[in-house]
Design a protein around this ligand. Structure first.
Ligand code: HEM
Ligand SMILES: *[C@@H]1O[C@H](CO)[C@@H](O)[C@H](O)[C@H]1NC(C)=O
Ligand SMILES: *[C@@H]1O[C@H](CO)[C@@H](O)[C@H](O)[C@H]1NC(C)=O
Ligand SMILES: *[C@@H]1O[C@H](CO)[C@@H](O)[C@H](O)[C@H]1NC(C)=O
Length: 681
């Protein structure tokens, strides 16, 4: 509790001088990006350059303030009639009857963690026994947590506007670039998100628009006039509710409501690489030399390809075999997965040379331990400052002064690492605004002549050939380090808003923004106003009370959509706030994301900075881990990459210029030579 007060206290301090980061940075624009091919402002000419197959935006009614009223007329009868014609308030999902497949079982820790001495030295694969007092903390297939109790409302209380309508009317579609953060930063963020939580809609039908409606379905009606409906005639977006403990076999909870389940470990432990269960883990490991399985094509190692042996590719004939299918979404996240996979094997091979006496298990565990430590170092020390702000991160104990090669012993056994519903279903998803509609392939001289349209490569098996052909993999790495991410603002790129998950031969796709809004309802998230108050902001009694955080223009739109300030949803209100200084989140979202990431490190007995003679590193090893960087991982695990800037999350500039890979600091693994093991054998 003391911790909580500290966070809020510091936060309030910051809050008193909140300014829009955009206005601060726009004027100075410290990192020129006039480089041809990197100016991502979507004017028409750019859009045509995007792809080998340029696509033309159809002429369609745009939704802006003047014609919003016309638009709303059809969809907002909320103040007078019949709540069933709008998406009404959501009831807590009753348990779903006739679950077709095996019911999900919550994760269960062993009776006694210390029975297995491995638990003292290494993380378990399902996250159990990290916390020896509460061995179930952070275990895969476990409940989300809440900052505030859920707000599932009865139908009669209140009607919320259609999620697609909110997406269309409140958010623009202009893609402007961030002033210095690269695509690598966005991409790392998604990897972090996947490591922390994953909901499941298991048991839902493939198409939730189909009649009769399955109880787990809550499809989104498409307002006429929006581009998807306008151009395709579709009237429905498929959306399935997430599974909760009411649909699963779980230890009893003392909560008065059912709670959603996350199927991955909550700790930042590369679970999307190593798996979340012994069964997943067995499929990943080679059981030789500590290595993970790979496929070998064109002289390089890749993620193994499955020919849908276990139905893991769904309707596809082949796909990358990964514990977390979300790491197949785009070529760039698959690339990051590949880098971390190659890094594991590189570490295992080096350790084997240093410690010939180590067996497969020992090599695997030590390589995994170093890989995760590097991942945590990069996440907290290199990535967090760029997303949450360096001062914020330091003041709140997310990071410690960097010169220090000291241990940090902020472990707190009482902290539960589970993902907050407010974090996973709302705050961290605000980063979906950072996704641009395309990815650049960049040549060694940093010119880009090819871009991939996002929806051409979303969950497509072609990604497998794409990555392994010519030097595409390295061109995409240079792209990640050179292309700027989309500016974090109230705009959503059309590839996310209208073309999301577009299938081959389809002209349009779906709208991730409206899914995010709908997901917030599915989770029954506390209102924006409630979370504001929780985070130390003033509760809004009148619309004007939002004015310190939200622009007048957006407030006037909110007034048209919601009956009162109390009805504004977290996903919506939180995404319209001016950002906190240096951060990519407004104060409410920052408070949630900051708290989650603080929990993640403090709850982790194996966090890389711990001083623990059984599970931690030595002082000299820790000093090496602190040299790890994403630039270093890229250099060590790509074949044709020779030059890169030291901080790949930031566009190259005078203080972050392109260096020869040989000059990028690397972790010296000789500090892991284990003389004791040699003598013992
Ligand atoms: C190309 C980039 C990305 C794509 C295509 C993408 C797509 C998705 C999709 C389809 C979902 C599931 C939506 C649902 O059914 O509710 C999701 C969930 C999520 N995304 Fe993203 N995303 C991307 C990037 C990011 C980034 C950059 C972040 C954060 C920095 C992020 C954070 C999250 C979180 C926290 C969730 C919820 C995880 C959970 O299930 O608990 N995503 N994303
Ligand atoms: C744990 O203890 C039980 C009984 O004491 C024993 O049967 C079992 O083999 C042990 N499990 C492990 C993994 O050591
Ligand atoms: C950069 O490299 C590409 C391909 O390697 C080449 O076609 C292009 O002319 C080069 N651009 C410059 C400015 O040197
Ligand atoms: C453009 O990119 C393609 C594919 O990477 C490459 O084969 C080609 O040489 C490049 N052309 C120029 C002019 O850079």
């Amino acid at each position: 509790m003391g911790l909580h007060i500290l966070v809020l206290g510091v936060f309030l301090q910051l809050f008193s001088y909140v300014v829009s980061e955009q206005s601060a940075l726009l004027s100075s624009c410290p990192y020129g990006h006039g480089n041809e091919g990197f100016n991502l402002d979507t004017d028409h000419s750019d859009r045509e350059r995007r792809n080998a197959q340029p696509f033309q935006l159809e002429v369609r009614p745009s939704v802006n303030e003047p014609n919003l009223d016309v638009f709303l007329k059809d969809f907002l009868p909320k103040y007078n009639v019949n709540p069933s014609s709008v998406t009404s308030g959501w009831l807590d999902l009753p348990s779903i009857e006739k679950q077709p497949s095996e019911p999900i079982k919550c994760g269960l820790p062993p009776q006694n963690c210390l029975n297995d001495s491995l638990n003292l030295h290494y993380r378990s694969i399902d996250g159990s026994c990290n916390n020896l007092l509460y061995p179930e903390f952070g275990i895969a297939i476990n409940r989300y947590r809440r900052l505030l109790p859920p707000r599932y409302v009865d139908q009669h209380v209140q009607a919320v506007p259609n999620a697609r309508l909110i997406s269309l009317s409140l958010y623009g579609e202009t893609t402007k670039t961030d002033s210095y953060r690269t695509m690598a930063a966005m991409q790392w963020g998604q990897f972090v998100a996947h490591d922390i939580s994953q909901l499941t809609t298991k048991g839902a039908p493939k198409d939730c628009c189909a009649e009769p409606q399955h109880p787990q379905c809550k499809p989104i009606a498409l307002p006429r006039g929006g581009p998807i409906a306008y151009n395709t005639g579709k009237s429905c977006l498929s959306f399935a509710r997430a599974i909760s403990d009411a649909d699963a076999i779980c230890p009893k909870s003392d909560l008065p409501y059912s709670e959603k389940l996350s199927v991955v470990t909550s700790y930042l432990d590369l679970s999307s690489l190593y798996g979340n269960s012994p069964a997943q883990n067995r499929r990943v490991r080679l059981f030789k030399g500590g290595l993970l399985r790979t496929s070998y094509v064109n002289g390089q190692h890749w993620v193994p390809v499955s020919h849908n042996e276990n139905g893991e590719c769904g309707s596809k004939s082949e796909c990358y075999s990964m514990p977390d299918r979300r790491n197949r979404f785009t070529p760039t996240i698959a690339l990051l997965h590949t880098i971390l996979l190659r890094e594991h094997n590189r570490l295992a091979e080096q350790l084997a040379l240093l410690n010939p006496a180590y067996n497969d298990e020992r090599l695997y565990q030590e390589a995994r331990k170093i890989n995760i430590a590097q991942f945590q170092k990069i996440t907290y020390y290199d990535w967090v400052p760029l997303f949450l702000g360096r001062d914020y991160a330091q003041l709140n104990g997310l990071i410690y002064p960097e010169e220090s090669n000291e241990f940090v012993n902020d472990y707190d056994e009482s902290v539960n690492p589970s993902a907050y519903a407010e974090f996973s279903a709302a705050a961290f998803r605000y980063s979906h605004t950072q996704i641009p509609g395309w990815f650049s392939l960049v040549a060694p001289n940093r010119s880009s002549n090819q871009t991939l349209r996002l929806s051409d490569y979303f969950e497509r098996p072609e990604t497998i050939q794409l990555l392994s052909s010519s030097d595409n993999f390295d061109a995409l790495i240079r792209g990640l380090a050179t292309q700027l991410q989309k500016r974090s603002d109230a705009n959503v790129d059309v590839e996310i808003k209208h073309y999301f998950n577009r299938k081959e031969f389809q002209e349009y796709g779906a709208d991730l923004k409206s899914f995010d809004i709908q997901r917030g309802r599915d989770f029954g998230l506390a209102s924006y106003n409630d979370v504001r108050e929780f985070c130390g902001l003033r509760r809004a009694n009148y619309w004007e009370d939002f004015a310190a955080e939200i622009s007048g223009e957006k407030i006037s739109l909110l007034r048209k959509l919601y009956a009162s300030p109390d009805d504004v949803e977290l996903t919506v209100g939180g995404s319209l706030e001016f950002h906190a200084p240096e951060a990519l989140y407004g104060p409410t979202m920052l408070c949630i994301v900051g708290k989650q990431l603080l929990n993640s490190r403090r709850s982790d007995r194996f966090f890389f900075e711990r001083d623990n003679h059984l599970s931690g590193f030595s002082r000299t090893q820790l000093a090496e881990i602190r040299k790890a960087s994403l630039a270093g991982l890229f250099c060590s695990n790509a074949h044709y990459l020779h030059y890169i800037q030291a901080n790949v999350f930031v566009f190259p500039n005078g203080r972050n210029s392109l260096l020869n890979c040989n000059d990028i600091p690397q972790v010296d693994l000789s500090k892991w030579q284990d003389f004791r093991a040699q003598i013992m054998n």
